[in-house]
Design a protein around this ligand. Structure first.
Ligand SMILES: C[S@@+](CC[C@H](N)C(=O)[O-])C[C@H]1O[C@@H](n2cnc3c(N)ncnc32)[C@H](O)[C@@H]1O
Length: 209
């Protein structure tokens, strides 16, 4: 963690940090206002969250990330924009979803470039698998959106199989098809790296029925 990230993390955690131990989350109370609710899982260095929070000041964004330098970087970015519409958990996303997020409470869940675990023996560690998606869809409101992007083709195909098999989701673009890159998805560090390496990118957009 750089000194800037450490300082930003320590200074801002009291106002922007959320604690797993506080239990079920009252989202409107935490933000002090109602608003559309977007949850981003594994935001990395926070590039996408800063850009989206600035572009949509009326939306309430919740981020979950276990990498503390990334949270420091996000907070530093938020300080520079002056927005106050992001709150963050530094904890495992599965436990936060299970224990802190109410059912049918989120408008959007986004997961951009989750760790691909490309070695076959590690693929069981991938986040986007049926039990996790089953938990996640319960947290979406009816009509809510699940947006996932990856630059790893094998994982993209696995994601398509898992999301298509989830009976409470429908493909927002066309059954079995990946979506064109939505204009409002910011370019993240991992996507830029993938572009340099010549990787493709696959977006999956599904709606909770
Ligand atoms: C490959 S990075 C992508 C980061 C960012 N979304 C981007 O596009 O640049 C995946 C991120 O997910 C985080 N992550 C992985 N598993 C997680 C979990 N169970 N809960 C919270 N964060 C997790 C990692 O710490 C890592 O920062």
């Amino acid at each position: 963690m750089t000194p800037v990230q450490k300082r930003a993390l320590e200074d801002n955690w009291p106002r922007w940090g959320l604690e797993y131990d506080d239990g079920p989350l009252d989202i409107d109370a935490v933000f002090g206002r109602p608003g559309a609710r977007v949850l981003e899982i594994g935001f990395g260095m926070g590039d996408s969250l800063v850009e989206m929070a600035e572009a949509r000041p009326d939306t309430n964004f919740i981020g979950i990330e276990v990498h503390r330098p990334g949270i420091g970087k996000l907070f530093h970015g938020l300080e520079n924009t002056g927005v106050n519409n992001v709150r963050v958990y530094c904890h495992d996303a599965v436990e936060i979803l299970r224990d802190c997020v109410a059912d049918a409470s989120l408008d959007t869940v986004q997961i951009f470039f989750p760790d691909p675990w490309h070695k076959k023996r590690h693929q069981k560690r991938r986040l986007v698998q049926a039990p996790f998606v089953g938990l996640l869809v319960k947290k979406l409101k009816k009509g809510g959106t699940l947006h996932i992007a990856t630059d790893w083709e094998h994982y993209a195909e696995q994601m398509m199989d898992v999301l298509s098999a989830e009976t409470t989701l429908v493909n927002s673009f066309s059954a079995g098809c990946f979506s064109p890159r939505p204009n409002d998805r910011p370019l993240t560090k991992f996507e830029k790296r993938g572009e340099r390496l010549g990787h493709g990118v696959w977006d999956l957009l599904f709606t909770r029925t």
